[in-house]
Design a protein around this ligand. Structure first.
Ligand code: AKG
Length: 274
C-alpha cells in the first residue's frame, strides 16, 4: 500500500470508521509503515469490534477459537513421502478458521487461471476448470494473516516468501488437471518470472470442508493420493535438493464425484514474493 493510502487509512481509523480500524489491525500485524506487533493488531481489532465492525467481531471469535490468541499450538506432521517430500499436517487449522475462509470465498470465486508457458501471462487453461479467489494484501483480514503466519512457521520460511493466498472451489466434475507448481525456467514465458520473483519452491494446501466424494490431491508419479479432513494440511516441495524443478511432483486436484470441495492453497517462493 502506497504511503498516501496508508495515511488516509489511519485518518479514517482515527475518525472512528470501524472497517478502517479493523484493517489497521492487518497493517499492525504485518508491520506496514510501523513495527509489526500481534498484540497491537489484536487491540485494534477489539477496538473495531467495539465500534461496531461485525467482521472484526467475527475475526476475534475465529482467532480465539482457532488458537491464534494465546500460546501457539503445536503443529503435528506426518511424512507421507521422503523424496520428493510430501507431508500431511493433521488438524492444522481448526474448523472455525476453515469456515471463515469458505465464508470469505463463497460467491466470489471465478474460473481459475494458470501461467501461459509461452508468454508468462495468466490465462484460462482447459485442464483447470475449477474456480478460485485470490487474497492479496488489501483483501487480507487478521484471520488470513494468522493462517499465513502459521504456515510460515510450519515450513520454516519467512512469511514474506508467501505469494498471495487462494481459496479454491470445485463443483462436481471440476478439476485442476495434472500440473507442476514450480515455474519451469526452461519455458520462455516463465524464465523471466523466475528471474524477477523467484522460484515457487513449495506448496501448502488446507482442506476446508467435508461432504464430497473424490476430490483427492493425486501425485501419480510417486503413488501418493491424499484426501484431508477439514483443517488438515498438506505440504510438498516442488524443487529438488539442488533447487531445480522436481518433475516427480506432478499432481492434480481430482474432480469431486459429488459435493463441493473447498481448499486453501498457498504457494511459497524462494525469496520475497509480496
Ligand atoms: O485441489 C487440489 O487438491 C490440488 C490443488 C493444487 O494442485 C494446487 O493448488 O497447486
Amino acid at each position: 500500500m502506497a504511503s498516501p493510502q496508508l495515511i488516509a487509512l489511519h485518518q479514517r481509523a482515527n475518525a472512528g470508521d470501524p472497517e478502517a480500524v479493523a484493517f489497521t489491525a492487518v497493517v499492525a500485524a504485518l508491520g506496514v509503515g510501523e513495527r509489526p506487533s500481534w498484540s497491537r493488531a489484536l487491540d485494534r481489532l477489539k477496538r473495531a469490534a467495539k465500534l461496531g465492525s461485525a467482521s472484526a467481531e467475527g475475526q476475534l471469535a475465529v482467532l480465539e477459537a482457532s488458537g491464534f490468541i494465546g500460546p501457539p499450538r503445536p503443529i503435528k506432521e506426518h511424512r507421507l513421502l521422503a523424496d520428493p517430500r510430501i507431508t500431511s499436517l493433521p488438524g492444522f487449522l481448526p474448523a472455525p478458521a476453515c469456515e471463515w475462509l469458505v465464508g470469505r470465498a463463497a460467491g466470489h470465486t471465478r474460473l481459475a487461471e494458470t501461467y501461459d508457458p509461452k508468454t508468462g501471462e495468466r490465462h484460462v487453461d482447459p485442464e483447470r476448470n475449477n474456480s478460485a479467489i485470490g487474497f492479496a494484501f488489501p483483501a487480507f483480514d487478521l484471520v488470513i494473516v494468522a493462517i499465513r503466519a502459521r504456515i510460515a512457521t510450519a515450513i520454516g520460511a519467512p512469511v514474506q516468501r508467501l505469494e498471495p493466498a487462494q481459496v479454491l472451489h470445485y463443483a462436481p466434475g471440476q478439476q485442476f488437471g495434472r500440473h507442476h507448481d514450480f515455474l519451469d525456467p526452461d519455458l520462455p514465458g516463465l524464465a523471466a518470472e523466475v528471474a524477477s520473483r523467484g522460484q515457487r519452491v513449495a506448496t501448502f494446501l488446507i482442506y476446508l470442508n467435508s461432504g464430497f466424494e473424490g476430490g483427492e490431491t493425486d501425485f501419480p508419479l510417486v503413488g501418493v493420493t491424499y484426501k484431508g479432513e477439514p483443517g488438515d494440511g498438506l505440504t510438498f516441495a516442488n524443487v529438488d535438493r539442488a533447487g531445480g524443478p522436481d518433475r516427480r511432483t506432478l499432481h492434480a486436484g481430482l474432480p469431486p464425484r459429488s459435493g463441493e470441495k473447498w481448499l486453501f492453497s498457498q504457494w511459497i517462493r524462494n525469496r520475497t514474493a509480496i
